[in-house]
Ligand binder design. Structure first.
Ligand code: PAF
Length: 289
């Protein structure tokens, strides 16, 4: 695996590959890699000649400085994992390479920004778009791969690509889960084993909401039921549950008001913030690890 910390040699390397007709897949990550990330790598390897993984904990997307400080950083272990799955290139820049001066650009996604993660994490998607845009400009991939767990992020990046006319295809890859249903996430490393067990409440709530919505209950009734499933344990806190249109993220009151509704949930277990989602009617059993 080729490892680059600087932009210029990475670009030169990729240019030579592109001149030789090779296609490039990009898997952007913040490290602390798990099986979900490796699934993204494999998806890229299936469709591209060269797969570039990036590891960079992007400061501009953290609205909570404590969260940035505590984000797990495991570069040596991550490098080994990427070598094991035969990833071709790792780009792991330092802050000075990605932000040589303090960024003053903000990107406002309007309505996509005003709901769910955008509402609870002000500035988050501006930071995501800033770093993903930089990576697209540096790597110029043919395809880029993102996990479905961050669905709102995927919707925002889809809009970024469309509006700024990036010449690439985006792929969303289904979420992998622990046996208890907890979505794989780098943040799970911060949970104790007891907390991990408790964190299954998010997936369970989505499954129950799925059944209730499909059986005709209104979105507001289902919201109340979801909130109730969080009452019993003070360590587990619901931030939001929304039923939304998966493309424009408009909140949907009635399942028939959207072609492809998605249920999104977020909250805390202890100090750790977790998110998850499920398309209405989705069969999630297939994506377990
Ligand atoms: O999903 C993530 O891990 C991050 O938001 C991303 C896309 C790597 C940008 O920092």
């Amino acid at each position: 695996m080729e490892i680059f910390k600087q932009i210029a040699p990475l670009k030169a390397f990729l240019k030579s590959k592109k001149l030789a007709g090779k296609t490039v897949g990009l898997v952007p990550t913040m490290g602390a890699l798990h099986e979900g990330h490796l699934t993204l790598i494999r998806a890229s390897q299936n469709e591209n000649d060269i797969t570039v993984a990036t590891i960079y904990v992007n400061p501009t997307q953290f609205n909570n400085p404590k969260d940035l400080l505590k984000y797990p950083r495991l570069l040596d272990k991550d490098t080994e994992l990427l070598q094991e799955v035969q990833c071709d290139v790792l780009f792991c820049p330092a802050d000075e390479e990605m932000y040589p001066e303090k960024s003053i650009l903000t990107i406002n996604f309007g309505p996509l920004n005003e709901v769910m993660e955008g509402k609870f994490r002000p500035g988050h998607f501006s930071g995501v778009a800033l770093i993903v845009g930089k990576l697209f400009n540096i790597i110029e991939p043919d395809r880029a791969y993102f996990g479905q767990k961050d669905w709102q992020q995927f919707a925002v990046i889809t809009r970024l690509v469309k509006e700024l006319k990036y010449n690439l295809q985006l792929r969303s890859v289904p979420t992998l889960r622990e046996p208890n249903g907890l979505a794989l996430s780098s943040r799970n490393l911060r949970l104790t084993s007891e907390q991990r067990a408790k964190a299954s409440v998010f997936h369970k709530a989505l499954q129950e909401a799925n059944i209730n919505l499909l059986s005709g209950k209104s979105s507001s009734d289902v919201k109340r039921l979801v909130a109730r499933s969080f009452y019993n344990d003070p360590e587990v806190r619901l931030e939001y549950f929304e039923l939304a249109d998966s493309e424009n993220l408009n909140v949907v009151e009635n399942v028939s008001a959207s072609v492809r509704p998605i249920m999104c949930i977020a909250g805390y277990v202890g100090e750790v913030r977790l998110i998850d989602n499920m398309f209405l009617g989705e069969n999630v059993a297939v994506s377990r690890v």
